[in-house]
Design a protein around this ligand. Structure first.
Ligand code: PLP
Length: 459
């Protein structure tokens, strides 16, 4: 047991203190305002507290500690200047009169213009606080549009089988039935399979482009024409906007509404539940409705929106376009460097991410074992067992913020793991070997998480 495995309460020693202040309670009136018993707080020195929390923070893995190639999550490095800028705004209150927050309103205005320029949309609604929240908002807009035309028959939304799980979930929450369109063997939406699904009951289609396999839907123009032709609208899941930055715009592809994950593409540290921002942008058709759904209070998650602005301004037009291209280059570099050891089910140039289907010579070793062994090499594991199209899926998204040296070290680790799988599979099946937790029961960890420690004798 390391000494920092103890709870801060277990470090407590009576009378020990982490501060030294003059007696400042003498001005408080006596009678009624004093608590009867002292609060049950640990008594620890400053170094004890600092070491305790610093060590706790190191038991987790973050993009600030190492490479984090988690596919469909865009775990790019988040420049610290964003945090610095946000910290200057922490005195704001959402009920402040608008006249005292002119600068903040100007930031919203800038965010709107910048995101419209990047996406080809006409206006953004900044209320949604996550990607899935944005999806729901966007779908509400689509429904509103059809209702406003007296069209109540459009109850179905088309979603490809490769879609992110939030797409059908958001559709269900919005009261729409999902119709699945299948992918062709090359991973793209099967346009011939799409045609017979289109009709007067279709509210629209949800697509992400590049799709969850990291492939660009080349037929997007035809798809847009077909869906619009039947009276439906096109929803763009822009969580994966990273590779398109400054290169292609969803608005130009024919999409009517989209969300962005500011916390992925526009650099806010995320994971573990937040914070996020999933602003929804609309094209011409949905402009009259953009302000209708009030899915959160006030003006959404301002801190994340401000960080996105700081990120956009510090990169500038030219470097934003470079970010997308470098993300694509990194993904293809890693893919090509590993394809002789890992199964590549769809062999084509990818965008920001790609999917392997496990090891070529897997033996008894699963994708989970490869992911666990990567932790021993100091890397966060890629996304595994998603998308559901492949049984041993390993989805890798390196992002543009990693150096060639980091990518090479990762490639080397992945190649070593591939050879260990045949020479010493036990090394993989018993991994990880030195993390605080190794292989939790994932179902109970998700369904019955124990989020706080019950201390014996605590009130
Ligand atoms: C991450 C992601 C989402 C969901 O975003 P949240 O902020 O986690 O709700 C939706 N679609 C795709 C393609 C994603 O990668």
């Amino acid at each position: 047991m390391r000494y920092y495995d103890k709870l801060v309460f277990e470090l407590s020693r009576k009378g020990r203190s982490g501060f030294s202040l003059p007696d400042c309670n003498s001005d408080l009136p006596s009678g009624g305002v004093w608590r009867e018993t002292a609060p049950d707080l640990p008594e620890v020195s400053e170094p004890d507290v600092v070491r305790h929390y610093t060590n706790l923070s190191q038991m987790n893995f973050g993009v600030d500690t190492g490479f984090y190639p988690l596919g469909s999550c865009t775990m790019k490095y988040n420049p610290k200047i964003n945090e610095e800028i946000v910290s200057r705004f922490n005195g704001l209150h959402p009920l402040q009169p608008e006249s005292s927050v002119r600068g903040v309103m100007a930031i919203y205005d800038f965010a709107d213009k910048a995101l419209c320029a990047i996406t080809g949309m006409k206006r953004f609604n900044f209320l949604p606080c996550a990607g899935a929240h944005g999806e729901l908002t966007g779908l509400m807009l689509i429904r509103e549009y059809h209702f406003s035309r007296g069209d109540h028959a459009r109850t179905k939304i088309i979603v490809p089988d490769s879609a992110h799980g939030t797409n059908p979930a958001s559709a269900a929450v919005c009261g729409l039935d999902t119709v699945t369109v299948k992918s062709r063997p090359d991973g793209l939406v099967d346009v011939d399979a799409l045609k017979p699904l289109l009709g007067p009951d279709i509210a629209g289609i949800m697509l992400t482009n590049p799709n969850t396999l990291g492939l660009f839907e080349k037929d997007i123009r035809d798809i847009a024409e077909l869906v619009h032709g039947c009276g439906g609208l096109l929803y763009y899941d822009g969580a994966n906007m990273n590779p398109l930055l400054g290169v292609v715009r969803p608005g130009d592809m024919g999409f009517d509404v989209m969300h962005l994950n500011l916390h992925k593409t526009f650099s806010t540290p995320h994971g573990g539940g937040g914070p996020g921002s999933g602003p929804v942008g609309v094209g011409e058709r949905l402009l009259p409705f953009v302000d209708i759904p009030r899915v959160s209070g006030f003006h959404g998650n301002f801190g994340v929106i401000l960080k996105a602005c700081a990120y956009i301004l510090s990169l500038g037009r030219e470097n934003i376009a470079l970010a997308g291209k470098l993300a694509t280059l990194s993904a293809n570099y890693v893919k090509e460097s590993l394809r002789d050891c890992y199964k590549l089910p769809i062999d084509s140039v990818c965008k920001h991410e790609f999917v392997f289907d496990g090891l070529k010579d897997a033996g008894d070793v699963s994708t989970l074992d490869v992911a666990k062994r990567l932790l021993d090499y100091g890397f966060h594991a890629p996304t595994i067992y998603f998308p559901l199209l492949f049984h041993q899926a390993i989805m890798i998204e390196p992002t543009e913020t990693e150096s060639l040296e980091t990518l090479d070290t990762f490639i080397e680790a992945m190649r070593k793991i591939a050879s260990e799988a045949s020479t010493n599979p036990e090394l993989l099946t018993s991994a990880p070997h030195d993390t605080p937790i190794g292989r939790p029961d994932e179902t109970s960890a998700a369904r019955q998480p124990v989020l706080k420690y019950e201390r014996k004798g605590a009130q």
